[in-house]
Design a protein around this ligand. Sequence first.
Ligand code: CA
Length: 366
Amino acid sequence: MKRRDFVRNAAWAGTAGALAACGNQSSDAAAQRDCEAADPIEWKMVTTWPRDFPGLGTGAARLAENITAMSGGRLTVKVYAGNELVPPFEVFDAVSRGTAEMGHGASYYWKGKIPASQFFIGVPFGIGGHELNGWFYYGGGMELYRETYAPFGVLPFVIGNSSTQAGGWFNKEINSLDDLKGLKMRIPGMGGEVIQRAGGTPVNIPGAELFTALQNGTIDAAEWVGPLNDLAFGLFRAAKYYYYPGWQEPGSALEGLVNIDAWNALPADLQSIVEVACQAAVTDMYAEFDALNGQALRTLIDEHGVELKRFPDEVLDELKRLTNEYLEELAASDPASRKVWDSLKSFSEQTQFNTSIGQQAIFETR
Ligand code: CA
């Protein structure tokens, strides 16, 4: 069954189930009694983000609120920010072992455990967030995502997108490839692998520790998200130059995780509510970033005097070459990565051609 049909069938089956089991119009009195008698299910959602952090923390909070509201309180989800229940980078393990029923984070944080997980946030110099959604929902991406995580007892969902990110914060200008050599930079996932190949030292630290590390010189540079989140962390106080484009994350898909036993214990209508609430969260997070990034960028430049700079073409060309080298090596060394990359790559080639004569061409006329 194609993903398109799966989504529709799951949504309609869930809706029908909800009406039959729990709707006000139900003619099935026994099912209605069962529904009313069932104890509310309580889930914990652990996240990799600081509490109420714009876009990411707020996205987690709204997803939890929506699931709780859409289910009429039959499934309540309580959010725990990073370190409140488990440290940010232990979210996957916590969901896998059932400490929490749900998680909210980013797939590349688990690359040490599952190398292929990195593809599900998108790849450097790759397709944008909207195109990536096409791959997930109509291009076979979601099936591969779930197949990849199944051995860990975890069911993944796309629950947002941070839109095109910024290139990051630097305390020295990047004028040539030599300027990347010896650079200690906070940059997770594939971007970090590429910086390492370019002669730098990638570091992955949770967002909440980023400002201090950049300010006290533990790291020389950092990429975090984009204007909204970077402004919120005050990164402009710790570094002088703000670089673009965000080659490392052209359109990052954020990740929801559900423990498979907790999922299987849900009735079909609650499963459908979780699935559709996750889809709605993607639109919601996109809208928040699109609405607030522009405003935040003006604040960074006009109020804080941030110097905006573009990476030189020579640097971007080499980072792109190193990205392709890394992607092929990863695929050659790991069968799961091979399978996911083959799918994403062929989808990307087809989609990018259409985007080039569509969205890209019209953007260039603005
Ligand atoms: Ca980032």
